[in-house]
Design a protein around this ligand. Structure first.
Ligand code: TRP
Length: 453
């Protein structure tokens, strides 16, 4: 028999765990900073509920109705067609994302370690870029961190759906929530936090243009883990009583809340430390250069608070990233188990070892392999760019087309209402979005990212 998430809360927390990750804590604040703050946030929230939620429901429908891994799902629901390639593409994308995601996730282990051993103490703004570039370009240190991270993921996944993924989601997600809450309270009560708070609350629509909207949509997709069958795989473990609509709504709300709260940690703390938010001070180096400095400067007179704040923050990022790598890992593991008949432990090991190897290559592209470029990008950038800008949008577009146009309306309705036992309104709106709005919107993101607009 196929394993199942035993409880509704387990299903929600596992899916929310997949969604909440580096996308929320790292990518979201950067995008918010770049795209002008509060106005971007409003548009982002619109994208989450208008397009993200319907596409998430599609993945849920595909997963639960087929009871299979994401490649098997299309084989079962559309036998004898080419749709199976959408599933296979998802598995491939999973490999690619996992391989570079664990590099950044590994860095967070190093930073948690530096925080724990109080190595940020007394450092100034000039020191942090050096600390980071020396670490990232070192040939072996980041690799050790990455290997640790992949093993943590492996350890959870190999235990299975109920005793691994669900159990750990139930432990890690509440911890994450408590940490976020504590850090928000700490950050907004810093002297000088006010500028950061108003940056997040007072929309300035003069900066909004088509590009901002498309960035918001791209970020919404990434943050919700859509487009490669992560949530489709998890939904195949939902039991028959789980309400897909309610679960999807919960996941969207939790993911958005955590992203906003991450904003309410980072921007108030940055303004307290004297950063100018409007001028793009918050850049790609946010997590590893800007923030450690922010935590030092913001509590300049209270070193103990700096210590506690930094440590808890990096712990938070580790937890968030871990629940996401677990879901990426599971996509590939379930694929190899079900399509090739591997034992779970063997399948997980294959994925773990492959990701470590690919992860090492990605990691080395910050050091010894720096000058090995393909299409002008290092290997790390290439993995990141191809997955977020090519593979995920293509996947997401086909997912909505599949549910909107290919699947029988009765099947979709049956899944959403649990065969008539739940009342679900708005089915027609949902189908309309899946048929027209979502594919066109995604096409828009896609063309925008390829700079064709
Ligand atoms: N959503 C996760 C984050 O915010 C990352 C992630 C996990 C993801 N699984 C995914 C992104 C699948 C896209 C597709 O960090």
């Amino acid at each position: 028999m196929r394993e199942n998430f035993g409880s509704k809360i387990g299903a929600v927390l596992a899916a929310a765990g997949s969604a909440v990750g580096l996308g929320n804590i790292w990518r979201f604040p950067i995008e918010t900073g770049r795209n002008g703050g509060a106005a971007f946030i409003l548009i982002y929230i619109g994208c989450i509920f208008l397009i993200g939620l319907p596409v998430m429901l599609s993945e849920f429908v595909i997963g639960r109705s087929s009871q299979a891994n994401t490649a098997g799902a299309y084989r079962k629901l559309a036998p004898g067609t080419q749709w199976k390639w959408v599933g296979r593409l998802g598995v491939f994308t999973g490999f690619v994302i996992m391989s570079y995601y664990v590099v950044v996730a590994g860095w967070t282990i190093q930073y948690a370690w530096l925080a724990l051993t109080n190595q940020f103490a007394g450092k100034t703004a000039e020191d942090f870029p050096v600390i980071f570039s020396q670490f990232a370009s070192n040939p072996w240190q980041p690799i050790v961190c990455l290997v640790i991270f992949v093993w943590l993921t492996h350890y959870v996944v190999v235990k299975g759906v109920t005793r691994g993924i669900e159990r750990w989601s139930k432990v890690l997600m509440p911890m994450l929530f408590i940490l976020v809450m504590g850090l928000v309270i700490g950050a907004v009560s810093m002297p000088g936090a006010k500028a950061g708070i108003s940056f997040l609350l007072q929309p300035d629509f003069s900066k909004v243009n088509g590009g901002v909207v498309l960035n918001a949509m791209g970020q919404a997709f990434y943050s919700l883990s859509l487009g490669m069958g992560c949530l489709c795989t998890y939904a195949s473990y939902f039991n028959r009583q789980t309400s897909l609509a309610r679960t999807a709504l919960n996941v969207c709300v939790i993911d958005t809340l955590i992203a906003l709260m991450a904003g309410f940690i980072i921007f108030p703390a940055a303004s307290a430390a004297g950063y100018h938010l409007q001028s793009g001070d918050i850049g790609a180096s946010l997590l590893f250069i800007t923030l450690p400095n922010v935590f030092q400067q913001a509590f300049a007179h209270l070193p103990l608070l700096s210590y506690v704040f930094s440590l808890l923050f990096y712990l938070l990022v580790i937890l968030a990233a871990l629940t996401s790598t677990i879901s990426l890992h599971e996509v590939v593991t379930s694929y190899m188990t079900e399509e090739f008949g591997f034992r779970r432990s063997r399948a997980a090991l294959v994925e773990t070892v492959t990701c470590m190897l690919l992860g090492c290559i990605c990691s080395l592209s910050f050091g010894p392999l720096q000058n090995h470029k393909l299409a002008g990008m290092t290997i790390f950038d290439l993995f990141d760019w191809t997955s977020s800008n090519l593979l995920l949008p293509i996947g997401g577009m086909f997912i909505s087309i599949f549910v909107g146009w290919y699947l029988k309306r009765e099947l979709v309705k049956g899944e959403l209402t649990n065969n008539g036992t739940l009342r679900v309104r708005g089915l027609r709106v949902l189908i309309f979005i899946l048929r027209f709005v979502a594919p066109l919107a995604i096409l828009g993101i896609f063309l925008n990212q390829l700079h064709l607009f």
